[in-house]
Design a protein around this ligand. Structure first.
Ligand SMILES: CC(C)(COP(=O)(O)OP(=O)(O)OC[C@H]1O[C@@H](n2cnc3c(N)ncnc32)[C@H](O)[C@@H]1OP(=O)(O)O)[C@@H](O)C(=O)NCCC(=O)NCCS
Length: 186
């Protein structure tokens, strides 16, 4: 039995473990292992999550434990949009796109399930709750970014109604891997 609930501050260590284990299992051969180690080290995740980010966790097992999580919120600005101050106002770049700020486009920032629980329905249950939540908030579209070489996740997202929409980005901090944007209407 898999239960989905809102994430709490106390879930942070369990979420970090899920992230580390699923990164190693999913990205081996795509991202160099030392980079995975560095990116998923304890404390690598922001200590202060941005106020617009929401987190759901999946719990399962005889003694219920966190086996997966999803984080989501308004669409974030891409790296191009986030570089440098605004030329007119000199204000810093806004972390969200205009459509995100207007509440029209939501983004799935992260979705990870611990490898022992892959293919047991947790990802699908988390995705269902994320989409329902964005829809309730009035979003018209949902977007997400996935590594181009992550075939398993791409198949999963396609079954959830997403399709590549042409957006691409190179993650220089992760060894120059390419991610592609998927989106769907709500
Ligand atoms: C991708 C991931 C989140 C999927 O979670 P999961 O819990 O394994 O997925 P589920 O058990 O809910 O899905 C079970 C099956 O139903 C299918 N399915 C999922 N949603 C579906 C839907 N809406 N309609 C029909 N079939 C669906 C899936 O394709 C999957 O088939 P498979 O096991 O043959 O691949 C998980 O495998 C994972 O964490 N992978 C590593 C990290 C990762 O790549 N995260 C995404 C980063 S962008």
């Amino acid at each position: 039995m898999i239960e989905i609930r809102h994430g709490l501050a106390a879930d942070s260590p369990a979420i970090a473990r899920v992230r580390r284990d699923s990164w190693h299992a999913a990205y081996e051969g795509i991202i160099p292992a030392p980079i995975i180690d560095r990116a998923t080290a304890t404390g690598a995740a922001a200590a202060d999550p941005p106020p617009y980010r929401r987190t759901l966790v999946a719990e399962a097992g005889e003694h219920p434990a966190v086996i997966g999580y999803a984080s989501f919120g308004p669409e974030r600005a891409g790296p191009g949009a986030a570089v440098g101050p605004h030329p007119l106002t000199q204000a810093g770049p806004h972390p969200l796109t205009q459509a995100g700020r207007a509440g029209l486009v939501g983004e799935l920032y992260a979705l990870y399930v611990t490898p022992d629980w892959w293919s047991a329905g947790a990802g699908r249950a988390l995705m269902g709750r994320v989409l329902a939540s964005l829809e309730t908030d009035g979003c018209r579209r949902a977007v997400l970014w996935v590594l181009a070489d992550n075939a398993r996740a791409r198949r999963f997202y396609e079954r959830a109604g997403f399709a590549p929409d042409g957006g691409t980005n190179i993650l220089t901090g992760l060894g120059g891997v390419t991610e592609v944007r998927y989106s769907r209407s709500l």
